[in-house]
Design a protein around this ligand. Structure first.
Ligand code: AMP
Length: 312
């Protein structure tokens, strides 16, 4: 049985999510997770499914068992766009966190079936009004937008790898995106500015009308033509594994906007509250485990706590 927050009298719009579905090996200072469900689209679609009907576009290989498929099904995620390639294993990524969780090293990336992945959309997804380009190569993100047959509100995420190796493709993509979400390191790489306010404004000049810069445990800042808004992180005391926090943040953010069918300054501020809360659940366990057990009551409780923290 899926769990969905009821946010608006009008019916929620569906959201199309494209990104990676992965198996991860994670090493934190205290524990290890091996071959656990990961990937930007896994975290983002599970996060977004709390808010609106979710269409998942990605690829899995011959080692992806039904237990994980059921995790998506349980949240009623539409899997028509999830391709299965029996010729090889699922995308694999291994990462290791430093002592204070602030930094992470990539130990291994095996593209596997991702190498030949083309995110071709089922016909029924081509008119979806909200699109989340979760973290994958900007060439694939372009390919998704190329297939859209109706005007869509586009939210996009990226990572340092693509800024380094597909810089121009990413710059072109930014011109097609309404809301770009990056972290502070990525914003500095893209703008060469370590002043977050200047960086936010520069990013807006590069294409997206709205930009959010995430600052890890220090929250996130929104840049919009109507003004700037800043939100702290939810005070997590039981940090276990930060993997997927960014993907869950952007999944909830886009999911909320689709749910209320809005993208104005006030709506994006509300979306950031939910996104922060959803990210706080993800980091309390490995993989998507805590994200899946958060529940609508738990999410609303944390949202109220966070609202109390930021309201004078
Ligand atoms: P985050 O912690 O939000 O940065 O996202 C972590 C997730 O990103 C992991 O579950 C990985 O499987 C996934 N990931 C790592 N590298 C890549 C990549 N090059 N492309 C797509 N997804 C990736």
């Amino acid at each position: 049985m899926s769990q969905r927050l009821h946010l608006d009298e009008r019916e929620a719009s569906p959201l199309l999510v494209v990104g990676s579905v992965a198996f991860d090996n994670i090493i934190t200072p205290y524990a290890k997770g091996e071959r656990i469900l990961g990937g930007s689209a896994s975290f983002a679609s599970l996060a977004c499914s709390y808010f609106c009907p979710t269409q998942l576009v990605g690829i899995i290989g011959n080692d992806f068992d039904d237990i994980h498929i059921d995790r998506f099904r349980k949240q009623d995620i539409d899997l028509e766009g999830l391709q299965i390639d029996k010729t090889g294993p699922t995308f694999f990524w291994a990462g290791k966190y430093h002592e204070n969780f602030n930094q992470r090293d990539t130990l291994e990336t095996q593209l596997n079936v991702f190498e030949n992945f083309r995110p071709d959309l089922p016909a029924s997804y081509k008119q979806t009004p909200y699109v989340l380009l979760a973290n994958i190569g900007p060439d694939l993100q372009h390919h998704v937008l190329d297939q859209m047959e109706a005007e869509a509100y586009v939210v996009a995420d990226t990572m340092n790898l693509w800024i380094n190796i597909m810089h121009d493709t990413l710059l072109d993509l930014m011109k097609r995106v309404h809301l770009l979400v990056v972290n502070d390191d990525e914003s500095e790489m893209l703008t060469e500015s370590n002043n977050i306010i200047l960086a936010g404004e520069k990013l807006r000049e590069m294409g997206p009308e709205t930009v959010i810069i995430k600052k890890g445990s220090h929250g996130a800042v929104l840049f919009h033509e109507a003004g700037v808004f800043s939100i702290p992180a939810y005070p997590v005391t039981d940090l276990r594994d930060p993997t997927g926090a960014g993907d869950s943040f952007v999944g909830a953010l886009a999911g909320y906007l689709a749910a209320v069918r809005r993208s104005d300054f006030a709506a994006i501020k509300q979306a950031m509250l939910y996104a922060t809360v959803i990210g706080s659940f993800t980091v309390e366990a490995f993989s998507c485990d805590r994200l899946e057990t958060a529940g609508v009551v738990g999410i609303e409780e944390r949202r109220k706590t966070l609202l109390d923290i930021i309201t004078p």
